[in-house]
Design a protein around this ligand. Structure first.
Ligand code: SAH
Length: 347
């Protein structure tokens, strides 16, 4: 497999069949070789710097019903909450004091946050923290809405495509949602000028290696600035409760492939990876990730933003998470930098 990895390193892509062969023949030796190459590419680009994104989970109301997600609209057991603008700004203040220079507003698709309200929140965040980048992760909206948020100060947008295979997409989502719309949203966001992040779950129900190859090829075509992937983890109140979780080593393998394909991309070692393995986030960095997304949400709502079972860091104050994350990063010889951490093409 080494020749395929070298070819991927050189050309930044492979043919569909070659990607499949690589994924089919994953073993320990191949993995270690791939991880170390990805690590060195990441270090060429970013040194041993790791960027932080402070995650503010501002609402768990959702109009959608993605079958895998614990906060899907149809889950009657979910205890719903919304943060006020004041609470969001307080999270920013705490984060800013801890050195964070990027805030991610993430939530379900909650239309109670009208454009007017969102624009007001974004403008207040921008005014209060002009040295910070703001990322939105609020799902699908119209082109016109995305423009409004961009003009109000949002710099970046995270919208995972979840799976690039249409049949697979339809097994994970209700009829009201479509892969085509998701892709159109991503194209719109790019065209407007956002730094755009996409990504997918690893090991979601019915996923095949062919699906993952399609994910890689879709990401190649889109050319996102950020790529977030993490293992699927079942949630007890979903119809996928009994499905197995995604594999940590396969997730690392894919992070490394994505790093070889996208040397400059911002690739987080996700909370889901940290949930599946105590050292998951460190392992992510050691396979090519260069971003961490610690939680800044108020402790009172942490457990309610319950995307999947056993999510980590739901009991710790932001300051504790901050210490823990800095300790973890330095334990593997890396350092956190208190910067916005824009994509190289934006800075
Ligand atoms: N409503 C926003 C944010 C979704 S939550 C949006 O649509 O983009 C952020 C991400 O969590 C999702 O994109 C999904 O990939 C991930 N996620 C949801 N449920 C999950 C599960 N059960 N296991 C692992 N990841 C999950």
């Amino acid at each position: 497999m080494k020749y395929l990895i070298d070819k991927l390193h050189k050309n930044k892509t492979l043919e569909r069949e070659e990607f499949l062969t690589l994924l089919q023949n994953r073993d320990e030796e191949t993995s270690e070789y791939l991880y170390s190459l990805a690590r060195s590419i990441s270090q060429e680009q970013f040194g041993k710097d790791i960027y932080l994104r402070g995650l503010i989970e501002f609402t768990n109301y959702c109009r959608n019903d993605c079958y895998y997600c614990g906060i899907r609209g149809g889950n009657r057991n979910a205890e719903r909450y919304r943060l006020t603008k004041e609470q969001i700004l307080e999270c920013c203040q705490i984060g800013h004091d801890l050195g964070f220079r990027t805030f991610v507003l993430q939530g379900g698709e909650d239309y109670a946050f009208t454009d007017e309200i969102l624009v007001d929140i974004l403008k207040s965040m921008k005014a209060g923290y002009p040295d910070c980048a703001i990322t939105l992760s609020i799902g699908e909206r119209t082109h016109e809405q995305y423009v409004k948020y961009f003009e109000a100060g949002a710099d970046r947008f995270l919208l995972r495509h979840e799976t690039a295979n249409e049949e697979h997409y339809n097994l994970l989502h209700p009829d009201s949602m479509s892969l085509e719309n998701r892709k159109q949203c991503l194209r719109n966001l790019k065209e407007i000028g956002y730094q755009v992040g996409t990504g997918f779950m690893v090991g979601s129900p019915y996923q095949t290696l062919e699906c993952l190859v399609e994910d890689l090829l879709f990401i190649k075509e889109l050319g996102p600035h950020m790529i977030g992937i993490g293992p699927f983890i079942p949630h007890k109140d979903t119809k996928f409760a009994k499905f197995p979780a995604g594999d940590v080593e396969l997730t690392r393998f894919l992070i490394s492939i994505l790093r070889l394909m996208n040397p400059q991309a911002l690739i987080p070692a996700t909370t889901a990876l940290g949930t599946m393995d105590k050292k998951g986030r460190e392992k992510g960095i050691l396979s090519g990730s260069n971003v961490l997304m610690p939680n800044l949400s108020p402790i009172t709502v942490r457990k309610k933003y319950d995307l999947y079972d056993n999510k980590i860091c739901t009991g710790d104050e932001a300051a504790e998470c901050n210490c823990c994350i800095r300790r973890r990063v330095s334990s593997i010889g890396y350092q956190i930098v208190d910067q916005r951490g824009d994509h190289p093409s934006y800075s």
